[in-house]
Design a protein around this ligand. Structure first.
Ligand code: FE2
Length: 267
């Protein structure tokens, strides 16, 4: 039996009032940061896995989904009943009914200034209602002018919804070349009411409603890098046949691309 302790708070046994407080803050402020959410041991193992993956693929920046990973601590977290129960409690406290038959979706991302600027400033809505960003390694500034790849979000700009036409409409309006060009400017992000999330430390969890909040990261500079694991939960379109087909196709394409890119063979 695996007795490893992943979370500083044992089994994530937060009281109902604490969960309500989290939920309220996510509604009011748009996000919460829980520092030292993950144990040092968990973070150290995650760092080792990032380093191993980076070396294996000889890539300074990469993004890898849980489905494409081999055994590691992040997959243990993805399959953690405690984490899933924590997510369900936050969603229920936010009056969002959810069934327990869903899996947590995981993406690990390492971004380096040399190779990441193409992927920065891509402001978007997540496909899942709840997102937890695990800060494995933040960018550590070494001089004042550094761009730290800070996280920006415009929280709760839309409601929870499982309407597909509305979702397509919102994505067309907010996720296009023009809006991305506009939101690339910090001045414009400030003007449009984006919030900047700063000072996150290794081991922190940033939790927000990814489906409702347009979000992304600024550029990195000066040879800096950062590492995050993203845990997503509760897909509003999980029972939609049309979306399922699109996702199956996309997953296959992504997998082919991933294996092609990394010169691997399908098992
Ligand atoms: Fe996202």
């Amino acid at each position: 039996m695996n007795k490893e302790r992943y979370f500083t708070r044992k089994k994530l046994d937060y009281s109902d009032s604490e969960i309500e407080e989290f939920s309220k803050s996510i509604f009011d402020q748009g996000y919460i940061i829980i520092e030292n959410f993950f144990t040092t041991q968990t973070i150290n193992k995650a760092k080792k896995y990032v380093e191993k993956t980076s070396n294996n693929f000889d890539l300074k920046s990469f993004s890898i989904r849980g489905d494409d990973m081999t055994d590691n601590i992040l997959l243990d977290l993805k399959n953690s009943k405690d984490l899933k129960s924590f997510f369900i409690r936050i969603l229920e406290s936010s009056n969002l009914k959810n069934e327990e038959d869903e899996n947590i979706h995981l993406v690990l991302r390492k971004c380096h200034s040399e190779t990441n600027n193409r992927d920065s400033n891509k402001y978007h809505f997540d496909a899942y209602n709840l997102t937890l960003s695990m800060v494995i390694e933040p960018a550590i500034p070494n001089k004042r002018t550094n761009k730290l790849g800070n996280f920006y979000l415009h929280p709760n700009i839309r409601k929870f919804s499982s309407s597909l036409p509305l979702n397509i409409f919102i994505k067309l309006i907010f996720q296009n070349r023009l809006t991305r060009a506009i939101f690339k400017s910090k001045r414009m992000r400030d003007l449009f009411g984006f919030k900047e999330v700063v000072n996150t430390s290794s081991g922190s969890a940033i939790i927000f409603f990814g489906f409702r909040s347009i979000h992304g990261n600024d550029e990195l500079s000066d040879n800096l890098s950062r590492e995050v694991a993203l845990f997503h939960y509760n897909d509003p379109f999980r029972n939609n046949w049309f979306i399922k087909k699109i996702e199956e196709n996309r997953d296959k394409r992504n997998k082919d691309y991933y294996f092609e890119k990394n010169k691997l063979k399908h098992e």
